[in-house]
Write a protein that binds this ligand. Structure first.
Ligand SMILES: [Mg+2]
Length: 323
């Protein structure tokens, strides 16, 4: 084969590979999201923000993972590698329809007491629990974390789950980077690899995320000069993690997942992404604006996507109360 033919074949192959990659990327990023009242006004302020002034606070379960993923405590309660007796005691706590204590902090106390009582999960089992569990990254989550790492933007994960599980999930996905701090419930292991207690006390729950500012005080001290916040979460209480944080500008994105009623989400968040597998597109776009990517391919991919217009949602738009 002549050199010119070989070169032409290489070019055709490379273009074909790029097109396949592009198609996959495009499908991955397609999503439907709603701009609530105030989004455009607050979003426009971020046009002047630079990466060195930015902080991102995010929930973990059903935010960085898809809405239909197993959550941290599910891994412990459902896994067949856990003792049967423990699973039978833990099962009522995971029966979300029937559990009378689901709305209370007592749920976390009971769950953690059982884990300590049975000495599970053993530390060496956590990688297997995470590997075998169904904890799927939300479309765009790993790309976003990678981009935040590149830009050295601090990320605080505030979760009512388990630090040990979250850190292992991040590690297995190559996202446990130095810019990420996990503020969640941590199992305190003894030399025999069994948990003897869980900290902090009281636990971090869906209802107490406002304690994040004091629980992660060293994180906020270290990054005190960063005054622009992005907050992500799938529960309306996830925005509480920004309470008490002295910021100048704040933008929040919520994930409705499979919930039918989005009224509370439209009140709590500045934008709402729909569906269990809705992507992190609004956040990725924002980061691209703060720090324009150098990759031509990424720019072309992004421009080709259809960005939904604001306020076309069936959800009512209401301004959130700013502090
Ligand atoms: Mg969540």
């Amino acid at each position: 084969m002549a050199d010119t033919d070989h070169a032409a074949l290489c070019v055709v192959g490379a273009v074909g590979a790029l097109l396949v990659l592009y198609a996959k990327n495009r499908e991955r990023w397609q999503t439907t999201w709603i701009a609530c009242e105030g989004w455009h006004r607050k979003r426009s302020k971020f046009s002047f923000v630079r990466a060195q002034n930015l902080l991102l606070i995010t929930d973990f379960d059903a935010t960085l993972t898809t809405g239909d993923s197993e959550q941290c405590h599910d891994l412990c309660g459902f896994s067949h590698v856990m003792p049967a007796d423990f699973r039978s005691k833990f099962a009522p706590l995971l029966d979300w329809a029937a559990n009378p204590d689901i709305d209370g902090v007592e749920w976390w106390d009971r769950a953690h007491s059982l884990m300590v009582q049975y000495g599970v999960p053993k530390r060496q089992l956590i990688p297997r629990l995470v590997r075998e569990g169904k904890m799927t990254p939300r479309p765009g989550a790993l790309e976003l974390l990678r981009r935040l790492q590149e830009l050295d933007i601090p990320v605080l994960i505030v979760s009512a789950g388990l630090s040990d599980v979250i850190e292992e999930w991040l590690r297995q996905h190559g996202a446990l980077s130095e810019n990420v701090t996990v503020c969640s419930n941590r199992l305190n292991y003894a030399a025999d690899m069994t948990p003897k207690s869980v900290s902090p006390e009281p636990p971090i729950t869906s209802f107490t995320k406002a304690y994040a500012y004091s629980s992660a005080s060293s994180f906020f001290e270290q990054h005190a000069t960063r005054k622009h916040l992005i907050v992500l979460g799938d529960s309306v209480t996830d925005v509480d993690a920004s309470k008490h944080v002295p910021y100048e500008d704040f933008l929040s994105v919520g994930f409705l997942n499979s919930r039918l009623d989005g009224i509370l989400h439209s009140q709590a968040f500045d934008a709402v992404v729909l569906g269990d597998h809705g992507s992190l597109l609004p956040v990725a776009d924002l980061i691209d604006e703060v720090a324009p990517p150098s990759s031509l391919f990424r720019v072309l991919s992004r421009r080709s996507l259809s960005i939904p217009s604001a306020n076309t949602s069936p959800l009512p738009s209401r301004a959130r109360t700013e502090p």
